[in-house]
Design a protein around this ligand. Structure first.
Ligand code: AMP
Ligand code: MG
Length: 531
């Protein structure tokens, strides 16, 4: 690619197929309200006082064909909601959703505003959306803004997930607004001002399950049909829109993509934290990074979301099942279009099978086996997870080290693989040590029978087990520095996370266990919902 293909954001031509294809809200006043019969409301971002660029995703920009802008100026004005590029027609989407298992009615883009679509250098159409760009008719009781810590976390994590090979929306830029946003971080009645920031997100579409649900719940079947047709034509163009079987095949494909996405989450230990149906992408991308977290000590019941601490609906181990529950809600919303329940059931069945097969393949990769379908494999895997859960064992460190020490004997494996992953090495009883040794011996034997040579096994393991993850405490260190005006730690972290499967020289600090000081510090382990 030549640099001459790069253009300035403010000179890039934008389009909006959504605005053209779907019905707009006939009213235009920007006050919180219920909207009916429309898929979106045209609404401009609210300008901010002093926008300044904090972070930029160079490799996404390269794909989009955009030049890196200076820290202030016309491009950053657009990224902050203070200006528009040619052809942009900003809007907030209308959607609903099931939140924590209950129908919540109209939600919508309360602080996100889509600017428009550009054609990337690879020919794909990509939407640019600002999050934290000011109030919209969907803001309900909130201010439409976002704080630096939450915007930085979204920016960092979406880019990290992309490089981990997990389907995700992306982030182009992080901009500080020069304004303060008041937040009650602990929901304890002590609100305080914090620096505000806006993230510019990028994806082929930000349409969610909830966009369909709101039309179904409001009995707006004509709009629902138009939305289905639009999504199929724009984002599933291999389907023939004229074929009556297409909507069913399309639903099945959504099920397949969602299963693959969630299998990846489980592989890398990502916990979304708020798998409400309004946060589920219709194209199978990880969407809406809020109180997400990374499984450190292996515990299937762990949730990073303090709002979810009591019910643990969105904990690590339940994610696959919640994916299915959410797809069943989408199926319900699509019933006016796809009347045959059996067809919808088959989609859900495909979700189950795809998830099982994909996860098993990944797990086999994680432990360097050809498959985990032979006799005894289930017991081998069950014992592994039971050992990891017995005392707090860092899952990513364990798996990565297992591949790197594949040729070691079992006593060395204890030293090199298990001990470095333990949060409290003093809690490693002799009986557990013996069980680990026995497990390593079984695993080695099974590995020898796999038909793969050691280097091939190691390659599979290293490709499935990342070395570097944007653990919450690492993100928090970058946030602390950025709040003091130093964005170097964020840039450095981002650069490490661009090659998560490669051990990098002098970067061990990024691959180590969460330090004890971070265990109970706000933001470093658990977080609350929207901020
Ligand atoms: P989330 O939990 O971030 O997925 O958000 C759920 C709903 O609340 C969505 O409709 C958001 O647009 C809305 N929301 C969250 N934070 C804000 C905010 N600060 N201002 C306006 N709307 C918000
Ligand atoms: Mg959301």
């Amino acid at each position: 690619m030549t640099t001459s293909a790069r253009r300035a954001l403010q000179e890039t031509q934008f389009e909006s197929t959504v605005v053209e294809a779907l019905p707009a809200d006939p009213q235009s006043e920007n006050v919180p309200r219920q909207v009916s019969g429309a898929a979106y409301t045209v609404v401009a971002p609210t300008a901010v006082v002093a926008p300044s660029l904090l972070a930029w995703s160079e490799d996404l920009a390269e794909r989009l064909g955009l030049e890196r802008p200076p820290s202030k100026g016309a491009a950053v004005d657009i990224l902050a909601g203070n200006g528009l590029a040619p052809g942009m027609c900003p809007y907030a989407a209308r959607y609903g959703g099931y939140q924590f298992g209950n129908w919540a009615g109209q939600l919508g883009d309360g602080r996100a505003i889509t600017l428009g679509e550009l054609i990337a250098l690879d020919g794909s159409r990509q939407e640019l959306q600002l999050k934290g760009a000011g109030p919209t008719p969907y803001s309900r009781f909130a201010d439409g803004r976002a704080v630096l810590r939450s915007s930085l976390r979204e920016f960092l994590c979406s880019e990290a997930m992309h490089h981990l090979g997990v389907p995700t929306t992306r982030a182009l830029a992080l901009v500080s607004t020069g304004e303060q946003v008041v937040r009650d971080m602990f929901y304890d009645g002590h609100p305080k001002p914090e620096p505000g920031a806006i993230v510019c997100r990028v994806a082929p579409t930000f349409i969610r399950f909830g966009n369909f649900e709101i039309h179904a719940a409001s009995k707006e079947h004509v709009v629902l049909r138009r939305l289905v047709d639009h999504v199929i034509c724009a984002h599933y163009s291999n389907f023939d829109i004229k074929d009556p079987a297409t909507p069913a095949a399309w639903f099945t494909e959504i099920c397949r993509r969602t299963a693959v996405m969630i299998a990846h989450w489980m592989r890398v230990g990502f916990v979304h934290g708020v798998m409400n149906t309004d946060n589920m992408s219709i194209v199978g991308l990880t969407l809406d990074y809020g109180p997400y977290g990374w499984l450190e000590g292996y515990d299937p019941n762990w949730t990073p979301n303090t709002t979810d601490a009591a019910g643990r609906r969105y904990c690590y181990g339940k994610q696959p099942q919640i994916g299915l529950w959410n797809l069943a809600r989408l199926a319900g919303a699509l019933m006016p279009i796809i009347e045959d329940c059996a067809v919808l059931q088959r989609g859900l069945e495909l979700y189950r099978n795809t998830y099982r097969v994909t996860w098993q393949g990944m797990l086999a990769g994680k432990i360097g086996l050809d498959s985990i379908e032979r006799e005894g494999d289930t017991a081998l895997v069950d014992e592994l997870f039971s050992l990891m859960a017995a005392v707090e064992t860092d899952m990513p460190i364990f798996f990565r080290a297992l591949g790197e020490h594949i040729v070691d004997r079992e006593y060395r494996l204890i030293e090199q693989v298990v001990e470095p992953a333990l949060y409290d090495a003093s809690r490693f009883p002799a009986d557990l040590r013996a069980r680990w040794q026995a497990w390593f011996l079984r695993w080695q034997k099974r590995g020898e029978a796999s038909g793969l040579d050691t280097s091939e096994r190691q390659r599979h393991m290293n490709a499935n087990n990342p070395c570097y993850l944007p653990r919450n405490y690492l993100a928090q260190l970058a946030i602390d520095a950025a709040a003091e005006g130093n964005v170097e730690p964020l840039a450095e972290l981002l650069s490490v996370l661009r090659r998560p499967y490669e051990r990098q020289l002098n970067r061990d600090a990024y691959a180590s266990r969460r330090p004890e000081w971070a265990r109970h510090r706000a933001g470093c382990s658990a977080l609350s919902c929207s901020s």
